[in-house]
Design a protein around this ligand. Structure first.
Ligand SMILES: Cc1cc2nc3c(=O)[nH]c(=O)nc-3n(C[C@H](O)[C@H](O)[C@H](O)COP(=O)(O)O)c2cc1C
Length: 150
């Protein structure tokens, strides 16, 4: 299995997204991601986007460049791991967590809190360990995949 890369980020919209523009964003992301072998999910809540993407490093870096340049939102914090062995969301071209409300588990909120915490303490000497963040993403993947396919 060749090495994969993944990125998790939190961003804030620059102008309000309507339900329609969100749906368009998700469906176009699904089409593009499918052709680039990118899987993951997108979560939208209270003006914030929280997205996880995984794929080959070249495709992930290209998408990350696009996302950074996209004026519809501003990335507040992101973490990248280039040592991923197995996909966490192998069957999701771009899951839209907003519409999958079967699971009541609020891992998304925990992860958002972690990213905000990282952003706040970035310029201090406090040790910041991304391992906990990735553990939360693993848990989210476990419950989301189970909730989605069982
Ligand atoms: C919150 C957010 C999430 C996005 N997610 C994706 C995605 O998963 N895949 C994708 O191809 N584009 C996504 N986009 C769009 C990209 O930023 C960019 O517009 C797209 O890659 C097309 O770029 P290009 O037309 O310059 O090739 C997203 C945009 C926003 C604002």
């Amino acid at each position: 299995m060749s090495q994969l890369a993944c990125v998790l980020y939190l961003s804030i919209e620059n102008k309000p997204f309507s339900e329609t523009s969100l749906d368009l964003l998700v469906s176009s992301a699904q089409t593009t991601n499918k052709s680039h072998g990118i899987t993951g999910f997108l979560y939208y809540k209270q003006r914030h986007f929280f997205q996880y993407i995984e794929g080959t490093p070249d495709k992930i870096n290209d998408l990350l460049d696009n996302l950074k340049k996209d004026t519809r939102h501003k990335i507040l914090e992101f973490v990248q791991d280039n040592t991923l062995n197995d996909r966490r969301f192998p069957n999701w071209d771009m899951g839209d967590l907003k519409t999958n409300q079967l699971m009541q588990i609020k891992f998304e909120d925990l992860i958002i809190e972690n990213l905000l915490w990282k952003k706040t303490y970035k310029n201090t000497n406090l040790p910041i360990n991304d391992a906990n963040l990735w553990k939360l993403v693993d848990k989210l993947a476990f419950f989301r995949n189970k909730g989605h396919f069982s």
